[in-house]
Design a protein around this ligand. Structure first.
Ligand code: NAP
Length: 289
């Protein structure tokens, strides 16, 4: 029977640590502000933005909300991003994705100043991660690493298999696991004999967006299984990419969905916001993560 990796509890721990750190900064006269831009009224995006604002309020980070109409042009959005780049009192800028089809996400991401790129999506942040330099790390993969570390799971020397090679999860996670001295394999839709490759893993991370696809046949006895997926099952209920009921008896530790990786993403966004203050004010001695 697997131990359950409790993302809700671990994300709360992180937010509590950050809250204390932010309070110490405030005593020194340093405040932190995150600008969140949402274009259009996609209901899922509205929920994500709401969660981010709530987390900011909890940790003590000021949040500025820009809710722009669906018909906002790319030029108008870029003008706002540039204005926020210049504003000294804004530490982090987050543009909620996806954007409406007439706006090129890549252009928008590249316009955000790398100094304020708290989502870690700017090519400069991604490049820094690849060559082991300091930069913002995208939040979901950073959350996976914290889940492992704070659950006492050793990465060093372990066989790590990631299923999924997206720019926001699979690829940056591969870099992070490598940084922690894991031996990393990244699988995708062209991987031959996926089950056999997955069964090599001591740590199996699944980020494919296919409800309950990964069952016990993909898992080695005693493996640690991290489920990044956020899908809906046949009854419309939230579930992951891993068939929890089938995998849990075989794994040594597993993340549930919901309550696993999901809550970590917002906690790590808060950490990136605090990181802006650590950098600007040479406060790295206070660093908790
Ligand atoms: P994505 O951009 O759609 O990428 C999916 C990846 O999975 C691709 O690399 C794809 O391979 C691979 N894949 C798809 N079907 C496969 C199959 N049958 N066998 C092997 N590989 C397969 O997805 P994403 O944005 O990384 O998201 C993945 C999941 O994580 C989704 O459920 C998403 O909702 C969830 N997610 C959760 C959080 C969170 O905060 N918890 C954050 C981000 C994403 P190819 O490259 O060959 O197409």
């Amino acid at each position: 029977m697997a131990s359950i990796i409790d993302g809700k509890k671990i994300s709360q721990q992180i937010k509590d640590e950050l809250k204390e750190e932010v309070a110490r900064y405030r005593e020194k006269g340093v405040s932190i502000c995150l600008a969140v831009i949402q274009v259009g009224n996609d209901p899922a995006s509205a929920v994500y933005v709401g969660n981010k604002k709530k987390a900011c309020a909890y940790v003590g980070i000021e949040s500025l909300a820009y809710e722009l109409p669906e018909e906002t042009t790319q030029e108008e959005l870029l003008a706002l991003v540039k204005e926020l780049n210049e504003k000294k009192e804004v530490n982090g800028i987050l543009v909620q994705l996806p954007l409406p089809e007439h706006i090129d996400e890549n252009v928008v991401i590249r316009t955000i100043s790398p100094e304020k790129d708290v989502d870690g999506f700017h090519p400069q942040s991604v490049g820094a991660l690849s060559i082991g330099q300091r930069g913002f790390v995208s939040c979901t993969p950073a959350g996976v690493i914290q889940l492992l570390k704070r659950s006492g799971i050793q990465i060093d020397g372990k066989e790590c298999v990631i299923i999924g090679r997206s720019n926001i999860v699979g690829k940056p996670l591969a870099m992070l696991l490598l940084r922690e001295n894991g031996t990393v394999t990244v699988c995708h839709s062209h991987t031959a004999d996926l089950k056999a490759v997955a069964r090599r893993a001591d740590i199996l991370v699944v980020a494919i967006g296919r409800a309950k696809m990964v069952d016990a046949d993909y898992v080695k006895e005693g493996a640690v299984v991290i489920d990044v997926g956020m899908d809906r099952d046949e009854n419309g209920k939230l579930c992951g990419d891993v068939d929890y009921a089938s995998v849990e008896p075989k794994a040594s530790a597993i993340t549930p969905v919901p309550g696993g990786v999901g809550p970590m993403t917002v906690a790590m966004l808060m950490n990136n916001c605090v990181e802006t203050a650590r950098r600007e004010n040479a406060l790295s001695a206070d660093r908790t993560i």
